[in-house]
Design a protein around this ligand. Structure first.
Ligand code: SAH
Length: 245
């Protein structure tokens, strides 16, 4: 049975394993999805646990009460953690990266401000971005909720890449080292830090800085992908090559 899945804060659960859902969320359950008492749903804490729950009571102002039937470890996560360091993109393109990346299996998103980012001063929409990720994670039945941090300047983003991760920069000028070659010649990584540029690509200075920081430049093939295609595609290729898809 395909139960509705929702990410919630772990703090909603009482020691007696009951919970109350209010506001927009309660409204969504009762008015939008038209669930009624005795409906079962899956609640996820976003950090690795999921709760099979029964909704027991709906009141008039949209407050829903329920109880946990079963608590278990959330499954359905790739073994390899891919963190996508994506240069900011114009308009809805960044939204696509978040949505498609989440469906495919990105574990964390780091928006990056690079030299050729267009309109970098536009207001950042953290709340909207996190909503896109949450909805995509619910829809694609993720067990963990991918994180999205505030945009970081290029240099700071590089510093955030864990030393032990396989650090890759998708670079359209790289003609020799392919993603496949790198994945087949290094021990299977438990985490990958993947850097993808904006519409205008990376500057040569940025590529040099990344190389100095120990990041390998890789090609995604002879065809140039649009910036919003590159990250999700590379993630799918990484997880496929590592047997996670
Ligand atoms: N303006 C550039 C293309 C930028 S594509 C040009 O016309 O040459 C946007 C980003 O997607 C790039 O910075 C890179 O990170 C990634 N990308 C797209 N196609 C790629 C490919 N074939 N190999 C490696 N990276 C690629």
């Amino acid at each position: 049975m395909n139960l509705h899945r929702f990410f919630v804060s772990a703090s909603i659960f009482t020691p007696e394993k009951t919970f109350v859902l209010q506001g927009e969320f309660g409204h969504q359950l009762s008015r939008v999805l038209r669930l009624a008492p005795c409906a079962t749903v899956v609640l996820l804490d976003g950090m690795g646990r999921e709760y099979l729950a029964e909704l027991t009571h709906f009141d008039r102002n949209g407050t829903v009460t329920g109880r946990v039937i079963e608590e278990r470890l959330a499954t359905n996560e790739p073994r390899t953690q891919v963190t996508l360091f994506q240069a900011l993109l114009k308009g809805e393109r960044f939204d696509y990266v978040l949505q498609k990346g989440t469906e495919i299996g990105v574990s964390a998103f780091v928006p990056v401000l690079t030299e050729r980012v267009i309109g970098g001063s536009s207001p950042v929409k953290m709340e909207r971005w996190r909503k896109i990720v949450r909805e995509a994670a619910e829809q694609s039945r993720r067990g963990l909720l991918p994180s999205v941090v505030e945009p970081l300047p290029f240099g700071q983003a590089l510093k955030l890449m864990p030393e032990e991760s396989l650090k890759l920069m998708a670079w359209e000028e790289e003609k020799i080292s392919s993603l496949r070659k790198v994945l087949r010649t290094t021990p299977p990584p438990t985490s990958v830090s993947l850097l993808v540029g904006p519409e205008g690509g990376f500057s040569p200075a940025e590529a040099a800085e990344a190389t100095l920081a120990g990041i390998q430049t890789i090609s995604l093939g002879s065809r140039i992908l649009r910036a919003e295609t590159a990250g999700p595609t590379a993630t799918a290729l990484i997880l496929y090559e590592l047997g996670d898809i």
